[in-house]
Design a binder for this molecule. Structure first.
Ligand code: C2E
Length: 916
């Protein structure tokens, strides 16, 4: 059945042209045979005619001869009768040689020549066709020649007749006439022989020709038969191959089983694969032996068609292959058979299992999954979808997912998203969605297209994550990246952003932008002495105060350490900014409680203004920083506006800084000593050691130019140690030299004061140099000890315990309060030279100096006035009970040798000054 259906049509189609050729050749051969037979018949008629013609000629001669001898008229009549034959042929030939030929005359002539009437058309056709052929030409020639002699016979007969009928025949004349008859006969005989031979040749040639033609046709028929057989065989073979190919390329096993015997009649390769046995083993075996389960199902099948449930077929290697079997009853040639179609469903089962796994995985994915059809109607969602959105699957299936429109996700956004999905097959990005409870949340969504076999979109698959937590982290990270973690103020990065924005607005609206760079004075001291915790608390408090001091539109940033920057923008006038600047400084200066102690902080402030001092954020911050340094240099607790000259100062500062790092090892420092004179005796009672830096290029550098730098860079620690050691050594040296026992004052910087082992290191120096402690006076500035009173008290006590003398330098410039002063274990107050300077000019300063003297004495402290330059100042101080003086009035700070000379000379102050 399979074979017939598969091969019959192509074979018929292939054989059709062959059949047409076969019929054509058969018809041709029939026509040729007919023609050949016609020719044969005509040739035979010719040959017969020729026989008649020569026989008639010989008969005519004979009748004439007999008539001449007997004179019997009967022979003459016979002569006339036989003469009619060659004459008829002659007439026919002449008629046929005419152009056009005379068919009637030719027919009559042939009839007269005794030609069979049936042969006449063939004879005429043959003559007309073959007259041009060489054989026919020769025959006609001999025939015509013969006729020329034969035509003499009737004349001779007429001669004989008249001789005999005249009654007295002359035997001589008759003899002559007979001789002429004999001559004609002799002349015609060779022509007849040649004519006969020519016709014989022509007949043989025609016969040969016909033989060859017939043989050719037979050969063609044989070839055609062979060709048709080859075509048929080839067609059958192709059909067989096609059938095999069809069978073997089938993905299912096909088995033809005889219904009567249950034997396998044919199988395809897939059947061999499933069973594990070669096809030739299966064919001819019992179906049930190899496919028992399938055979069982077949046996149970009723009707012409049946299909089984899932079965299992055992492979030769013992493996069980899951199959599905279908049967159809059909005929195999004349046999009733069952065609079993066994489908290996291993892959399908695998795919089903994979699908189950995939569905399970999808269901348990942490990401929400949403599958829609091509019209974007939801067909499936997973559990995570429901837990993220709050919608159950039943609530959304069949609906189109809708995302709320927002500023980030507007109509255009979704349009371009879907365009991209369709064009590229996928899309990824962030969208804002809304939960069932109305809460908006950001999700990371990726959409992919699923296409069917025809390439058409069949589904869309969306996978999404709720990224709100991630976004929060991101926000926090961004905050961290842009803010100072301690104070939560913007850091340098955000400051630059904000400042750039402020500049953009300033360009548009034409107002200035103030950049205020603020550095806390002596913050390091607090930090080092009270610990980082207290330092952090202080910075937080300052940050809060700064925020309160400015407007919401201004920016307060912390750059790190104790550096803050305030950007004052959108303030039309400079005076308003100046007010804010004052508020800022006041905010820092107001007393601060830390660890139950009160502190007084100041700050140094630098200001740069857009557009005058810079056109971009970086430059403005840099210039404000320079201005702040300038403020530090000029004595802290003040503000400075940036000037271009500061750039030069900074480069000089940098130069000094780098030189300072090497100064100690290059032994470039030297101490000068300034005497301190007792106002009651006029004698030198002490000296202050003041450092000098002899720089090879810069010359003598004043401590005012490098001490604060050394302080900032930390170089003050080794430098200070050197000063202390050198001063103690020198004093001891003078004592040993017998120049007297004097107190030597050494300045202590904030960093030194904050040193953990300060007391111990001083004790070590005293021990090393052998100087008695009470000959050492440690000078501390007022602001230094007032920054952290409790700590300062503690350190001062430990220093005092060594037996030193302690002095407060620059007294009057800080924020000392009496109550604190009482707590410090100090010995001396040094009145700042700024008060002394105007003591005789400014009544306020004079009053302050008098108050300080009184205060000191009340506290049982010694008072030294610094910077006494004039006799008036000296007189005033003496008059108001100041204990000692130090200043140019008596001596400038001088090198050791000079100071030694001064001692040796016992230089004294004249105590009776000239009246002012
Ligand atoms: N106009 C004027 N000035 C007078 C007069 N008498 C003294 N002076 C100057 O006043 C300063 C007194 O020192 P200071 O107040 O401790 O102020 C010192 C002190 O704070 C610091 N300094 C100097 N040497 C050291 C040191 O070894 N260690 C530390 N930490 N600081 C030092 O440098 C500051 C400046 O020192 P100097 O330039 O030596 O300046 C000295 C001295 O030359 C006077 O009659 N008129």
């Amino acid at each position: 059945m399979i074979q017939n259906k598969v091969s019959s049509l192509p074979l018929q189609r292939k054989l059709l042209p062959v059949l047409v050729i076969f019929i054509f050749i058969t018809v041709i051969s029939l026509v040729m045979t007919f023609v050949a037979l016609g020719i044969q018949s005509s040739v035979r008629a010719y040959v017969a005619g020729e026989g008649m013609w020569s026989k008639a000629q010989r008969d005519a001669v004979f009748q004439l001869q007999v008539y001449a001898r007997t004179g019997d008229k009967q022979y003459l009549e016979r002569f006339d009768a036989v003469m009619a034959i060659p004459l008829g042929y002659r007439a026919a030939r002449l008629a046929l040689l005419q152009s056009p030929y005379d068919r009637v005359a030719a027919t009559e002539g042939l009839i007269a020549g005794k030609t069979d009437s049936d042969d006449i058309p063939g004879v005429i056709r043959l003559f007309r066709c073959c007259a041009g052929l060489s054989y026919m030409r020769d025959a006609i020639h001999y025939w015509t020649e013969g006729d020329r002699y034969i035509l003499q016979l009737p004349q001779l007969a007429a001669g004989l007749r008249s001789e005999i009928e005249a009654g007295s025949p002359s035997s001589q004349h008759i003899g002559e006439l007979l001789q002429q008859v004999q001559d004609v006969n002799d002349a015609v005989q060779p022509l007849e022989a040649a004519f006969t031979a020519t016709l014989g040749n022509a007949a043989r040639w025609v016969t040969g020709l016909l033989f060859l033609g017939t043989a050719g046709v037979i050969a063609m028929l044989i070839l055609l038969g062979a060709y048709i057989s080859w075509r048929i065989l080839r067609g059958i073979r192709q059909s067989e191959e096609q059938y095999r190919t069809l069978l073997n390329t089938a993905s299912d096993a096909l088995i033809v089983v005889s219904r009567d015997s249950g034997m396998v009649l044919d199988v395809n390769e897939k059947a061999a694969q499933i069973s594990g046995k070669p096809a030739h083993v299966l064919v001819g075996s019992r179906y049930a032996d190899f496919f028992p389960a399938a055979a069982q199902a077949a046996a149970e099948a009723t009707g012409n068609r049946a299909s089984s449930k899932r079965q299992e077929v055992r492979h030769l290697d013992g493996k069980h292959i899951p199959v599905e079997v279908n049967y159809s009853a059909t005929a195999w040639g004349d046999q009733p058979v069952q065609l079993a179609i066994i489908r290996d469903i291993t892959e399908r089962i695998q795919a089903e299992s994979e699908l189950r796994v995939a569905a399970n995985a999808m269901e348990n994915m942490a990401e929400g999954v949403i599958i829609t059809d091509a019209r974007r109607r939801i067909v499936s969602v997973n559990r995570a979808y429901s837990s993220i959105t709050g919608y159950s699957a039943a609530e959304v299936i069949g609906k189109i997912p809708r995302y709320p429109l927002s500023r980030q996700n507007d109509v255009g956004f979704f349009q371009s998203m879907w365009t991209l999905v369709r064009q590229t097959g996928s899309w990824q990005g962030e969208v804002w969605n809304q939960r069932k409870n109305g809460e908006s949340y950001p999700e990371q969504l990726s959409i992919s297209v699923v296409r069917d076999d025809g390439g058409r979109i069949s589904h869309y698959v969306g996978v999404f994550n709720d990224i709100s937590t991630f976004k929060n982290y991101e926000r926090q990270l961004r905050h961290l990246a842009q803010h100072d973690p301690l104070t939560q103020l913007p850091n340098r990065t955000l400051l630059q952003d904000r400042l750039s924005q402020a500049i953009t607005y300033a360009i548009r609206y034409g107002h200035p932008v103030w950049v205020v760079f603020l550095d806390l004075d002596r913050f390091k001291f607090v930090n080092d002495s009270l610990g980082h915790k207290a330092g952090d608390q202080l910075l937080k408090t300052i940050a809060e105060r700064l925020l309160l001091a400015v407007r919401d539109t201004d920016t307060v940033a912390r750059l790190g350490g104790d550096e803050f920057v305030v950007v004052l923008s959108e303030h039309a006038g400079g005076s308003l900014c100046a007010d804010i600047l004052k508020r800022i400084m006041d905010a820092v200066a107001s007393p601060l409680r830390l660890q139950e102690q009160q502190f007084f902080l100041t700050c140094s402030v630098g200001v740069a203004v857009y557009p005058d001092n810079g056109l971009n954020a970086e430059t403005l911050i840099e210039h404000a920083d320079l201005a702040m340094y300038r403020a530090k240099e000029v004595g802290r607790n003040n503000f400075q506006f940036y000037t271009p000259a500061m750039n030069a100062q900074v480069s000089e500062r940098l130069r000094i800084e780098s030189a300072l790092r090497n100064a100690l090892e290059r032994d470039e420092f030297v101490l000068h000593y300034q005497p301190q004179v007792d106002l009651r005796t006029g004698r030198v009672v002490g000296m202050e050691a003041l450092i000098r830096w002899r720089h090879p290029e810069l010359g003598m550098v004043s401590p005012n130019r490098f001490i604060s730098l050394a302080e900032e860079t930390g170089l003050i620690i080794p430098i200070g140690a050197w000063v202390l050691r050198t001063a103690c050594l020198q004093n001891k040296k003078w004592q040993r030299a017998g120049l007297g026992h004097f107190r030597i004052a050494v300045n202590l910087s904030a960093r030194q004061f904050a040193q953990q082992d300060l007391t111990q290191s001083i004790a070590d120096v005293l021990e090393e140099t052998g100087l008695a402690p009470h000959y050492l006076d440690i000078e501390l500035t007022e602001s230094l000890i007032m920054t952290d009173v409790e700590h300062a008290v503690e350190i001062l006590r430990s220093l005092k315990a060594l037996g030193l003398q302690l002095s407060i330098d620059d007294f009057g410039t800080g924020y000392s309060s009496l109550s604190y002063l009482k707590r410090f274990p100090i010995d001396v107050l040094k009145i700042d030279r700024s008060f002394v300077h105007d003591i005789t000019l400014d009544p306020d300063d004079a009053a302050i100096v008098v108050s300080i003297i009184a205060l000191a004495h009340n506290l049982k402290l010694h008072v030294i006035a610094e910077g006494v330059e004039t006799q008036e100042q000296f007189a005033y101080l003496k008059r108001h009970g100041c204990d000692e003086l130090q200043g140019f009035y008596f001596s400038k700070p001088v090198p050791a040798e000079e100071f030694e000379r001064l001692l040796r000379e016992h230089k004294c102050l004249a105590l009776e000054p000239e009246p002012a």
